[in-house]
Design a protein around this ligand. Structure first.
Ligand SMILES: NC(=O)c1ccc[n+]([C@@H]2O[C@H](COP(=O)([O-])OP(=O)(O)OC[C@H]3O[C@@H](n4cnc5c(N)ncnc54)[C@H](OP(=O)(O)O)[C@@H]3O)[C@@H](O)[C@H]2O)c1
Length: 314
């Protein structure tokens, strides 16, 4: 029997939040979900949540929202990656593109944890990332025991450090960090697919770098399990098939009805798209989901991006 939990989903209106909130509600949990935009309160209500406007970067706003909801568990899904929050994607300057997201991962996490303590919230689950960012040494597939890569000396370092901050403080607080793979599913990769269709998403070098993917609904189901089990520690929430860009990118193009991706040499990609894109496509390390399957009893409904891309882009 699942015990009913009062769950506070910070960032409940995002692409993942919108798949997560109805699942929590369907399990019988009482959900409060946040947005920065009062116009989305109706959406949150339709998903079955009590909607609340909250600015995750404002300690007072977070403190008030959490105190009013009096949750048992807080789930941190706040990012600011969309056009609405971050403007046009800028892969070459992730420090700019992710500036607000990085603050949501540092200050925003701290505000949520302070509010959790003040309100007596016993458990926190936060969003991490495990797609291509495993340490760039040894094998191509990493476990939770392996460090993440900090991309030292690149414009992505601040973002990697912000993610490390989430992990450090949430684990210290006895919570769980779910390192999701690259999302796909409703609304999650529309921008990337558009670039693929325009042949503006090339393979870099020989495309040897690995990535891990996860369908939004599988990310949501893992999150429900982490909430219900009051999970502690880090979990890779990725599908069963980490794969090199040379495999998934041409396949994504095929599923999207696009021509095969162009190929560009590393030097040119570095110039046009910067270090992060080059690392991801040539040296990225993917992730294993063995721990989440074993400890959370999680089973992805979309075990491979092969079937998932086809279904989503059909
Ligand atoms: N692992 C991954 O691959 C991964 C992870 C995250 C996102 N993404 C991608 O990033 C893109 C954008 O994601 P998204 O559509 O979910 O939108 P997003 O703009 O990143 O927003 C996510 C959530 O954070 C909230 N938020 C933003 N700024 C906030 C702030 N200052 N305080 C509190 N909450 C704040 C948003 O609320 P509002 O209602 O105010 O917008 C929303 O609920 C998508 O393509 C998605 O697939 C990928």
């Amino acid at each position: 029997m699942v015990i009913v939990v009062r769950v506070f989903v910070a960032g409940g209106s995002g692409v993942l939040g919108q798949r997560l909130v109805p699942r929590l509600v369907a399990q019988g949990h009482q959900v409060t979900a946040t947005t920065t935009n009062a116009a989305k309160l109706g959406l949150l209500q339709r998903l079955g949540a009590q909607g609340v406007v909250m600015d995750g970067l404002d300690a007072a706003s977070v403190g008030e929202a959490v105190a009013a909801a009096r949750p048992d568990t807080i789930v941190h899904q706040m990012t600011a990656i969309s056009m609405a929050h971050a403007g046009k994607p800028d892969i070459k300057h992730p420090d700019r593109w992710f500036a607000t997201t990085n603050r949501l991962r540092t200050d925003g996490t701290d505000h949520l944890l302070a509010a959790a303590e003040a309100t007596g919230v016993s458990h926190v689950v936060a969003q991490g990332y495990a797609s291509w960012n495993g340490i760039r040494e040894g094998g191509w597939v990493k476990t939770e025991e392996d460090p993440l890569d900090l991309l030292e000396g690149t414009a992505a370092q601040g973002g990697m450090e912000a993610m490390r901050h989430v992990e450090n403080v949430v684990l210290d607080a006895g919570g769980a960090v779910l390192r999701y793979g690259a999302f796909y599913g409703p609304g999650a990769i529309d921008d990337q697919v558009e670039l693929v269709r325009k042949r503006q998403y090339p393979l870099v070098g020989r495309g040897t770098g690995y990535s891990s993917w996860v369908h939004l609904d599988d990310a949501a189901s893992a999150t429900v399990l982490a909430v219900e089990q009051k999970a502690r520690g880090v979990f890779n929430i990725v599908d069963d098939e980490p794969a090199p860009a040379s495999e998934w990118l041409p396949y994504l193009a095929e599923c999207a009805g696009a021509k095969p991706p162009m190929r560009v040499p590393v030097w040119l990609a570095r110039l046009l798209a910067g270090d992060q894109a080059v690392v991801m496509m040539t040296q990225g390390r993917g992730f294993s989901n063995a721990k989440a399957k074993r400890d959370l009893g999680w089973e992805p409904r979309h075990p491979s991006w092969r079937q998932g891309f086809k279904e989503e882009l059909a």
